[in-house]
Structure formats: structure tokens, C-alpha cells
Design a protein around this ligand. Structure first.
Ligand code: COA
Length: 530
């Protein structure tokens, strides 16, 4: 491994440490507390729920770090909810599980964002959902930020109802409290499973009932598993413990129709070059260019990239590569950054053409993003970079095929749009430790802001000294580079997962397979300028 490779391995160790913190909240003490309640950590239940020897593809593990909420809460480990995709009886299924070790599984704004993002993936890809519900409901000190709005608490149940209406099963396994609005996760499910003396569901818990009506009643008698499965009929399956409940959920989903992907698929073949070479290919400095062809070769089957318009406009057209690859047998169209990745008009035109062609052929698209922006300057403007860039954004927005973005370097300005950033609703958006997502690089932002500050200070008759300029520049670089870092973006759910370079191939294969479960419609684009 060369110095680049060693650098990225070390960066990924930092990712491992953060993930460990996120997935181990409260340490052994918290696990022991669960055990006293007859419970196991939700990840253990998930592993038992999915098919033996299969992998749980866990999403957004570093969400919630450094979110700084009122009451001195800096981190909400893993956003308090575990989300991810695994196979149940051979079918890909979305699993959403409260982690009751994190403030009783209550919903902070970031918890909601993560829960609703998982539902959005499920809806877009046509996945059944299993909810492992154990939550104190809204995090009360932030009720105004989690309760009343679209995208807040009520949206989770709205989504359940609409997905169910589309034929996507919503199954809830309650493993704890589900109070007030949270109770609906049990009652809205297509089928729900409750556990004796562990699951509770009520619109108002015993203290509220006493306050409101004077009635004194235990949680068990008010809304325990026996009440809802034997008396109210609000839940459907009564189980003795968590293991039985997990088996019951698998049984409920046992006769689902087997999924099939809407694509032809070839035999899977590993890359010819070792996938580990990707570490050496990535310059440690994120502004330095990459060899996009070699990166693709390290990811795709047979290391075989069939390039489209390889010789078009050298030095300008080839800052974006277009062509086809196979990922574990699935044919995929690619738009991949190359060299420093600045997008010239020729590259934008080529990319738009390619997106339209892949849409016509119903081939899914991979955007491999390492672009600091579109080319600026009078030559570029006069050549029409604005209109060709917007054509590319239009093509990306309207392409009806599954689209996946993988960020492996700079991800700035309008290049974020043209390369299918979050606002363009890719089916999945992944990043790596080399990703830097921000309106511009720290260096550029510092330059722009410094020139504004200098003018302001001069107008006030207090020009900046060289030392002040330097301090200002450094502060801005730290702020903007910090906000572009994958830890910052991952904690705010601007990515579905920060991948290690070695994980890229397996994750892309899963993501394309899942994205292709729904039939692909016909292409329809708006008004291109050309
Ligand atoms: N809002 C804010 N914080 C909450 C909360 C809520 N809705 N529910 C629980 N918490 C906090 C507790 O204050 C505690 O914080 P701490 O660790 O800093 O002391 C932590 O979460 C763990 O709660 P605890 O009660 O110790 O856990 P438990 O496993 O014994 O009980 C519940 C879990 C969910 C049954 C219980 O916390 C509860 O009934 N919460 C209130 C539920 C409710 O009425 N929600 C209505 C909102 S829609």
C-alpha cells in the first residue's frame, strides 16, 4: 500500500471509532439494564430477524453526532434509531428499530429525519417495512421541533398508511413502551406483534390517565400485550418473549411473493485488479485529481469499463467519463468524475446525452462524484456552461431510472446538482472519508468572504492588518472544510452511509438490486436548451 492508501486506512479507523461509539451507547451498563427487562439490544434482534448468514446493510450509523440540542445534549448516538436493509425469507426488507438505550428511544429532529428517510427508501424501492418499536415518543423538551409539522412525528404514520395502501406490508414488533402518538406505530401496522409484560401501547400512560380521569391503573392493564391482543384487538399476535416475536414476524412475511429485479443480469465476476487498489488511487489531498477509469476498474466486474465518447474533447470533455460497467452482474450506466473533475461545457453535454441514452435503455445510473464545480470564466460562460450545466441538471432530475450517487472527493456548487446530490433524490447517496460536500471549498469560501470583510472594514475606516486577514482566512477554512467533512454531513443525514472504500462494491450491488425492484417507467424530459 502506498502513502495514500495508508492515509485513507487511518481515516477509516476514525470512522470505525465513531461508529463504535454510536452503536454502543451507554456501554455494557446499558446492555445489562436491558437484560434486566428481559430485552436484548435491537441489533441482536435484527440479526435474528434477517435470514441466517446474510448481512444487515445498516444505514446512517453516524447520524446524530454533534447535533447540539437544548439541555446540553451534544450527541444522539445513531440518532436513536437503527435503520437498514436486510433479507427476510429471501426478500429485501427495510428494518427500523428504536434504540431504547438512547433517551428511551425518543424522537429528536434527527431521529425523525432518519426514520422518515428509511421510509422514503422503502417507498421508492418497494420494500416491506418491519418496525421494532420501543420508544418514549416525542423528545418532550423539543416538542415544537418534532411534533406539529410535515416531516415531524405524524409523517411516520402517514407514510405507514400510504405504503400499506400501495401493498407494502408494515409490520410492527413492539418490544417496549409506545405511548401517545407513538402508540400508532402498533395500531397503524398491517399486523403487529406484542410481547407479554414487555410491550405497552396507549394514547395516555397511567400518570396521564390518573390526571385526566382519576382512574388508577397499571400499564399492563391499561395497554399491555394481553389487552391489545385479547380485548381491544389493536394488535394481532401475543408472544411470550422477544425470540418468539422475531419468529412470528418472519412467519407473517413467509408467504410474500419473491422479489425480482427489473433488469437483465449477467454472471457476477470480481474485478481483475484488486479492489484494495482503490486506496492507493485516492490522493490524500482532496483537491488533487483522480484517475476515474482506474477507480471504476477497481469497483466493477472484470474491471471492464465500456467507455462512451472516450476521445471527445480531450482535456475538457473527459473530466467526466461516461459509459457502462457491471456491478455483480447488473449493468449500470456511469457518469464518473475524472482528473480534477471540473465540469466543462463539453463534459456537461456528454453527460446529458448519456443520461438520456441510459434512460431510454432503462439502465440505472451511478454518479461517481469528485467535482469541485462547473468551469467558470468568460470563455466558459460565452460557450454556454450555464445552459449546458442546467441541461445536465434537467437530465438528472427527470431520468426515471434508479440513480445512485457515490461521493469520493469534492462535491461543490452546482456540480452537486448535476451529479445527483441529495436534492435530486437519488435512490441512495453514499460518501467516503474523502468526500467534501459544501457550497465551495474552504479555501474558496475564505477568499470570497475575506474580500467582503476587507471592503466592510475599509468602509468603516479600519482596514484589516495582514495578521487579521490570515486569522480570518484560517477561521473560515476551518468552518467550511469542517462542514464539508463526512462526519458533519453524515451526522446530519446528508448521506445514507459513509462507506469504507473496501465496502463500495458490496453496497453498490445491494443498492442497485434494491433500486431495481420496481418496474422502470418510460423516459420523459422537459425542455432542454441544447
Ligand atoms: N421526552 C424526553 N425525555 C424522555 C422521554 C420523553 N418523552 N421519555 C423518556 N425520557 C428520558 C428520561 O427522562 C430518561 O432520561 P435520563 O437518562 O437523562 O434520566 C431516559 O429518557 C430514559 O427514560 P427511563 O424512564 O429511565 O426509561 P425506562 O426504560 O424506564 O422507561 C418509558 C421508558 C418510555 C416507558 C418511559 O420513559 C416513559 O414512560 N416515558 C414517557 C413517555 C411519554 O409519555 N411520552 C409522551 C410523548 S409523545
Amino acid at each position: 500500500m502506498n502513502t495514500n492508501g495508508i492515509f485513507w486506512e487511518n481515516e477509516e479507523k476514525k470512522l470505525d471509532e465513531r461508529v463504535h461509539e454510536a452503536t454502543w451507547p451507554g456501554g455494557q451498563k446499558a446492555v445489562d439494564r436491558l437484560a434486566k427487562q428481559g430485552k436484548r439490544p435491537a441489533r441482536d434482534l435484527i440479526q435474528e430477524l434477517i435470514d441466517p448468514e446474510t448481512c444487515f446493510f445498516e444505514l446512517s450509523r453516524i447520524a446524530g453526532f454533534g447535533v447540539h440540542y437544548p439541555g446540553g445534549i451534544d450527541d444522539v448516538p445513531c440518532a436513536g434509531v437503527i435503520t437498514g436493509i436486510g433479507k427476510i425469507n429471501g426478500n429485501w426488507t427495510m428494518i427500523i428499530a428504536n434504540d431504547s438505550r438512547v433517551k428511551a428511544g425518543t424522537y429528536f429532529p434527527i431521529t425523525l429525519k432518519k426514520h422518515i428517510r428509511a421510509q422514503a427508501i422503502a417507498e421508492q424501492c418497494g420494500l416491506n417495512c418491519v418496525y421494532i418499536a420501543d420508544s418514549g415518543g416525542a423528545f418532550l423538551p423539543m416538542q415544537a421541533d418534532v411534533f406539529p409539522d410535515d416531516g415531524h412525528f405524524g409523517s411516520m404514520f402517514y407514510n405507514m398508511a400510504r405504503m400499506s395502501a400501495k401493498g407494502l406490508k408494515q409490520i410492527t414488533m413492539s418490544t417496549g413502551g409506545n405511548t401517545a402518538g407513538g402508540a400508532y406505530i402498533v395500531f397503524m401496522a398491517c399486523q403487529s406483534v406484542m410481547i407479554d409484560r414487555m410491550s405497552y401501547s396507549f394514547l395516555g400512560g397511567p400518570p396521564l390517565v390518573k390526571m385526566a380521569t382519576g382512574e388508577e391503573i397499571s400499564a399492563e392493564d391499561l395497554g399491555g400485550a394481553r389487552v391489545h391482543t385479547h380485548i381491544s384487538g389493536g394488535a394481532d399476535h401475543f408472544c411470550a418473549d422477544q425470540s418468539e416475536a422475531v419468529l412470528r414476524v418472519r412467519e407473517i412475511l413467509a408467504l410474500e411473493p419473491p422479489q425480482e429485479i427489473h433488469s437483465h443480469r449477467y454472471a457476477e465476476a470480481p474485478p481483475v485488479v484488486s479492489p484494495e487498489t482503490i486506496y492507493d488511487l485516492m490522493p490524500a489531498a482532496t483537491h488533487q485529481g483522480i484517475d476515474g477509469r482506474k477507480v471504476l476498474e477497481a469497483i466493477c466486474d472484470d474491471s471492464y469499463f465500456i467507455e462512451y465518447k472516450q476521445h471527445y474533447a480531450p482535456g475538457r470533455g473527459d473530466n467526466l467519463l461516461t459509459g457502462k460497467i457491471r456491478i455483480k452482474g447488473i449493468p449500470v450506466g456511469v457518469i464518473a468524475s475524472n482528473a480534477v473533475g471540473i465540469i466543462f461545457a463539453e463534459a456537461a453535454r456528454k453527460a446529458s446525452e448519456w443520461i438520456v441514452r441510459c434512460s431510454q435503455e432503462k439502465i440505472p445510473l451511478l454518479f461517481l462524484q469528485n467535482a469541485p464545480g462547473y468551469m467558470v470564466g468568460s470563455e466558459s460562460e460565452h460557450q454556454g456552461i450555464g445552459k449546458y450545466g442546467s441541461d445536465m441538471v434537467r437530465a438528472v432530475s427527470c431520468a426515471q431510472v434508479p440513480r445512485i450517487q457515490l461521493v469520493i472527493g469534492p462535491d461543490n456548487g452546482a456540480a452537486n446538482y448535476g451529479m445527483c446530490g441529495r436534492a435530486y433524490r437519488p435512490h441512495f447517496l453514499f460518501s467516503t472519508m474523502r468526500a467534501r460536500t459544501g457550497v465551495m471549498s474552504g479555501r474558496s469560501a475564505a477568499g470570497v468572504l475575506l474580500s467582503i470583510e476587507e471592503k466592510n472594514r475599509e468602509a468603516k475606516g479600519k482596514p484589516m492588518s495582514d495578521a487579521e486577514k490570515q486569522a480570518f482566512r484560517e477561521k473560515m477554512i476551518e468552518k467550511y472544510d469542517g462542514e464539508a467533512h463526512p462526519f458533519y454531513c453524515g451526522s446530519r443525514l446528508l448521506t445514507d452511509r459513509v462507506l469504507k472504500f473496501s465496502e463500495i462494491r458490496d453496497w453498490l450491488a445491494m443498492a442497485f438490486e434494491v433500486s431495481l425492484l420496481r418496474p422502470i417507467g418510460e423516459p420523459s424530459f422537459g425542455n432542454f436548451r441544447f
